[in-house]
Design a protein around this ligand. Structure first.
Ligand code: 5RP
Length: 234
């Protein structure tokens, strides 16, 4: 089992002021897409932490939110947003979330916060999935690691099948799955996505295909750039 490389979050524990401002700008641009009565999926992470007050400030009537982590749920409730379980809400109008890496074809790596299983379910349940990020998240090529959530049963077998892979120090997802990082090369994201999905014991991995994504909002020094994703609302 190889040691896991540090995630971007671990490499840069203290966000620079500029990056925080970019995350806030992307979050505010996404909040503009929220309208009265929408059912809204809320992601997890520091970019989403800027999104929640921006949504609350819009003061839309009849919003109903679904959270992808206990941290997001608590923060949303503290701001007065209504939060319900996904199965009680049905199809979402929109879901908004951050990303660890975004490649030029629209592939994402998510799961720096270990919430990627819930995040992928929520993204897939939404008519539109909007990704918000600072400019540093846009990369020419995805780099390992890819977060994975694993079943506890047979964990050592699963980790061997995924080599090189390592468990994280903060080990469990909100649903009791083991969070690990696959540290192998990502020469073909689709092939790796299929390989990870077809490995027994993998609950979900953090590669998000372009077909899941409607819009990517990337904030840089020159403002917020909007990239169209491959997902089309019906
Ligand atoms: C959590 C995620 C986050 O969206 C991703 O890690 C980005 O985090 P941040 O907005 O803090 O940079 O996938 O599982």
């Amino acid at each position: 089992m190889a040691p896991s490389r540090a995630t971007p979050r671990q490499r840069h524990p203290a966000l620079s002021q500029e990056e925080a401002e970019q995350k806030r700008a992307a979050a505010r641009a996404a909040a503009e897409m929220i309208e009265d009565g929408m059912r809204v999926g809320l992601g997890t992470g520091s970019t989403v932490a800027h999104l929640l007050p921006a949504i609350a400030e819009r003061d839309c009537r009849g919003l109903l939110c679904v959270a992808t982590s206990p941290a997001t749920e608590q923060a949303a409730l503290a701001l007065g947003l209504a939060v319900a379980a996904l199965d009680d809400v049905g199809e979402l109008d929109i879901a908004i979330d951050g990303a660890d890496q975004i490649d030029p074809d629209g592939w994402l790596i998510k799961g720096g916060g270990g919430a990627h299983t819930r995040e992928k379910i929520v993204a897939a349940s939404a008519r539109r999935f909007v990704v918000i990020a600072s400019a540093s998240k846009a990369v020419p090529r995805l780099q390992p690691p890819v977060p994975v959530e694993l079943l506890r049963f047979g964990l050592e077998h699963t980790l061997r099948a995924l080599e090189p892979a390592a468990r994280r120090d903060a080990p469990l997802s909100p649903d009791g799955g083991v969070i690990a990082d696959h540290d192998g090369p990502i020469s073909d994201p689709r092939a790796l996505s299929q390989r990870l999905s077809s490995t027994p014991g993998v609950v979900e991995h953090g590669l998000f295909a372009p077909e899941l994504v409607s819009v990517i909002l990337i904030a840089g020094p020159g403002g917020v750039q909007r990239r169209a994703g491959a997902k089309r609302a019906d």
